[in-house]
Structure formats: C-alpha cells, structure tokens
Design a protein around this ligand. Structure first.
Ligand SMILES: Cc1cc2nc3c(=O)[nH]c(=O)nc-3n(C[C@H](O)[C@H](O)[C@H](O)COP(=O)(O)OP(=O)(O)OC[C@H]3O[C@@H](n4cnc5c(N)ncnc54)[C@H](O)[C@@H]3O)c2cc1C
Length: 470
C-alpha cells in the first residue's frame, strides 16, 4: 500500500471540515505523540491520524478510505503489541477523543465511548457503588479488551467482559452505522463478543454494571523464590475452591531495588478484611519482600496490574492457557528460564510472566457456541509481557516468548480436555484464527461475508487468512 499523499490528506481535511475531527499528518506538531504506542515496536509512520469525536465522523472516514482504497486501522488504548492499531502510510482512526462514559445508576447500565480506558469507566461508576467487569489493568482500552472477550477481577462473580455487554454501536466496512444487540443484528452481536475487531469500529458500548462495596481487598506481594512451592500449593487449593469473590495471580518479575527476580502475587477478595485475611492466610503469613495488600477502592485495585509508568521501550504480549493443577517442576523450570533471560539481556525489569487465576465457574456457564469467544473452560490464562529496549533484540525476545509458551503447551499435551490455544487478547499473530476460535470459526467467517466481504478488518486476528476478499 503506497504512503498516503499530502494531496489526499488535504482532501480528507476538506471532507471533514465543519466537524470536530482533527487530521494530523507528518509535519503537524503532535504527529510524533500521535503515532506513539505502549510498545515502541508498534510506532509506525502513519499517513494521517484522524482524531474522531462522533460515530458519524468515523463513518465518513471509513467511506473516504473505502472510496480511495486507503488502508486504515483503529486505535483505542494503544496497548496491543502486534501492531494492529498502527499503520505504515495508511490512516489511523484514533478513538482517543471518544472517551465519555455515562452511568445510569437506576438501570445499572453504563454507556462507554469506543476510545475510553477502564480508568474512565471506573471514574464514572465507582461513585455510584457500581463497577463493570473490566480488565485487570485500567490503563488499557475498553475497545481492544472488550471486543476480544476480556476478563477482569470481577470475572469470578460475573463472567467475561463480553458477558456484560448489552449493545454495541458500530461502523462497518461500507461506512454504515449499525447497532448490535439481542434485538438487532443478532448475528453481528454474536460475532463481536469475542472477535469484534474483525467486524468494524465500535463507537459505543452499553454494559451491565454490578454493585461493588466502597472497598475490596487487594494487594501486590513479592516473595523470594523459596516460597514458590507454598504459593503453588495455595494456587492448587484456590482452583479447587472456585470462590467467586476471589482472584489470585502469581508469577515472576524483577524487584527493582534489589535487581533480583522475585515471585509476584496479586490478591483480590470481594469481602471484608477478615474474610480476605482468612482466605489468603497461607500467602499473607509468608515473609515477603514487598507487601502492599489491604482494603482499597475498586479503582485502586484495577490499577494494580498496570505496567506503568513505562515511558518508552519495546514490549510483546503473549499467552496461553494452563490447565490446573500446577506442576511444581514446570513452574520452577519456567522460573529458571525467566530468571536466566533477565540476567542475560539488559533492561528487561518490567517483564512479567503471570498465571492469572480467576474462578471460571461463571465463565463456563455460558456455552462456547453462545458467543464468538471460544476461550471458556476450566483453565487459566498465562500472560507473558516481555519488556526490553534494544531493537536488535526483537527477534530474540519473540523467540523467547514463543519458547516459554510452547513449554507450557507441551507440558499439557495428553490432557483430555480440548481447549483453544489462548485468550485472543493475549495472542500474537503466530497463533491461527482456528486455534483461537475453534468450532466457532466457520460461523464467524460466514458472518464476515455479510458485514465485511472485503476482509478490511483483518489486522487484529485474520479470520480468513490467505483470501484477500471473501
Ligand atoms: C498491562 C496489560 C494488562 C492486560 N490485562 C488484561 C486483562 O486483565 N484482561 C484482558 O482481557 N486483557 C488484558 N490485556 C490485553 C488487552 O486486552 C489487549 O492488549 C487489548 O488489545 C488492548 O486494547 P487497547 O484498546 O488498549 O489496544 P489497541 O492497540 O488500541 O487495540 C487493540 C486492537 O483492538 C482494536 N480496537 C481497539 N478499539 C477498537 C474499537 N473501538 N473498535 C474496533 N476495534 C478496536 C484495534 O484496532 C487493535 O486491533 C492486558 C494488556 C496489558 C498490556
């Protein structure tokens, strides 16, 4: 695709005159800031960035790009690391200015614009004693995390993020504006709950919200590696209990003051301090290096997993599913490899490998064929966020990520439960659509024929690889 010409940029500007949309291009003061992403690997020279403010502006940009055969992508929170929200030479539709959130406490529903972050959602809902099941980190986009299925601290009680969705307003590939819900465009509503990025641009979400108390129990704790067996024992008990009020993440990171690899845990309990203390007693009773556990607001809890502030650097998100019980020797082997990588390569301190345990009973109550998201089963996500700085290490880092993910997958071969390879929000492009959506893929492809026959929205996970159009 050729780089967008300046003449086209001017034409696009003219077309959007009279609207509040801003067109930024090379030479604009804020061009550099507009192409920046959470990961430097995804910083690409866009032909133009259009900061849209309404659904009709989105529609107009889509129609313009369609008419002139211009490649375009959508950016919300900018946290993906595959480059799917940036473009070399094409148009980036930036949703950053569409971040309004409206909470209706009477109906317990929340209307969220397509460019908001979970921080903005919490800011609106928490004063009413409400929360939406958002991701476990609040600086990421609602757009990217919801459309891929999504899970968060309240998943044990209420299921996936998409299980809270009541309707979505979307601009599809021909530029038309559609609503998807149980009442209208039901096929599209099915598809966008798990593979939404492949169908259009979501400009508005309506979510069901739930009551949350003024404070919940949460915390971050770091331990020396000699506590790993106790932590794994707790994790296996956690799995057996399936207490919907709880959440428990454990894994590895670097404790900066000592420059040492440590075992990280994140705790969540929706209950009183004494209930939480009893639940997490085997963890809380261990001598720790860092202990920031206690009662906190839901907003604070939700910010606990933010890998922030990270002003610069290269990052890659990867993941896979892991079936309990956790095997101590596998986890120890992964620790050794993680620790080795941290020592072998410079400036990787922000990297984390986390086993994300959120009770799954509520998630599996929804049959796999009821929404496009096929990642519903008695297992947990392993999230692997690699952070480094030197561009010469890109290939090595991606190889390291693939290696550790396949180690986990190999260790589970022979497991009787069939399951998809990963949660789509944590999958890189090396995982095929078939491995992510399993038996739901043919239906997704059929619905795509109706809403995106040219396969314009293929940059997230390509649902019809090898075919340029359907
Ligand atoms: C620190 C960290 C913690 C995370 N924790 C969780 C977690 O707890 N739970 C979870 O489910 N995931 C989690 N993730 C993964 C996260 O959901 C994905 O990285 C997601 O893609 C980020 O969305 P974004 O909007 O920030 O990114 P972007 O890069 O802006 O978008 C990601 C993709 O979605 C598309 N997209 C974004 N908005 C829209 C829209 N409105 N309409 C159509 N397409 C859109 C983009 O085009 C792109 O393909 C985490 C990621 C990080 C970095």
């Amino acid at each position: 695709m050729p780089f967008l010409s300046f003449a086209r940029v001017l034409e696009l500007r003219r077309q959007l005159e009279g609207t509040r949309a801003e067109v930024v291009c090379l030479g604009s003061d804020d061009y550099a800031a507009s192409i920046r992403r959470w990961s430097d690997t995804c910083e690409k020279d866009a032909g133009a960035i259009v900061r849209v403010t309404t659904t009709s502006e989105v529609s107009e940009v889509v129609r313009f790009c369609r008419k002139h055969h211009i490649d375009y992508v959508v950016e919300a929170g900018g946290h993906s690391t595959t480059g799917s929200s940036s473009s070399h030479g094409g148009v980036v539709i930036s949703m950053a200015s569409m971040h309004k959130v409206l909470t209706d406490p009477a109906s317990k529903t929340v209307c969220v614009q397509g460019g908001a972050t979970w921080d903005a959602v919490n800011h609106s809902t928490v004063p009413y004693g409400l929360a939406v099941v958002g991701a476990t980190a609040s600086h990421i986009g609602v757009g990217g995390s919801t459309l891929g299925g999504g899970y968060g601290w309240l998943t044990g009680q209420h299921g996936l993020i998409i299980d809270q969705l009541l309707s979505v307003k979307m601009v599809i590939s021909d530029g038309s504006i559609v609503e998807a819900s149980e009442e209208s465009n039901r096929d599209l509503f099915w598809a966008i709950r798990g593979a939404g990025q492949a169908f259009g641009i979501a400009t508005e979400f309506v979510f069901r919200a739930h009551k949350v108390p003024a404070t919940v129990f949460g915390g971050l704790m770091y331990f020396d590696v000699d506590k790993l067996p106790t932590i794994i024992e707790f994790a296996n008990r956690f799995d057996e209990q399936q207490d919907p009020n709880s959440g428990f993440f454990f894994g590895f990171t670097t404790w900066r003051p000592a420059g040492q690899t440590v075992v990280l845990t994140m705790l969540f309990y929706n209950g009183t301090h004494s209930e939480a203390a009893a639940f997490f007693a085997p963890i809380l009773s261990q001598p720790s290096l860092v202990n920031r556990a206690g009662m906190m607001s839901y907003s604070e809890l939700n910010a606990m997993a933010n890998v922030d502030p990270v002003p610069e650097g290269r990052k890659s998100i990867g993941g896979t599913n892991i079936m309990p019980p956790f095997n101590t020797s596998l986890v120890r082997e992964l620790w050794d490899q993680f620790d080795h990588a941290m020592k072998a390569y410079p400036r990787m301190e922000d990297s984390v490998l986390v086993f994300e345990m959120l009770p799954y009973s509520k998630v599996v109550q929804v049959p796999v064929e009821e929404t496009a998201c096929a990642n519903r089963g008695p297992y947990y996500n392993v999230g692997w966020v690699l952070c480094w700085h030197d561009p010469d290490l890109d290939a090595k880092m991606h190889a390291l990520q693939r290696h550790m993910v396949s180690k986990i997958q190999e260790a589970q071969q022979g497991s009787t439960d069939e399951h998809v390879a990963a949660h789509a929000n944590f999958a890189g492009h090396e995982i095929s659509a078939q491995s992510l959506f399993g038996d739901n893929l043919p239906r997704l492809q059929e619905i795509k024929r109706k809403y995106d026959p040219q396969n314009v929205f293929r940059k997230w996970h390509d649902l019809v690889p090898q075919t340029r159009s359907l």
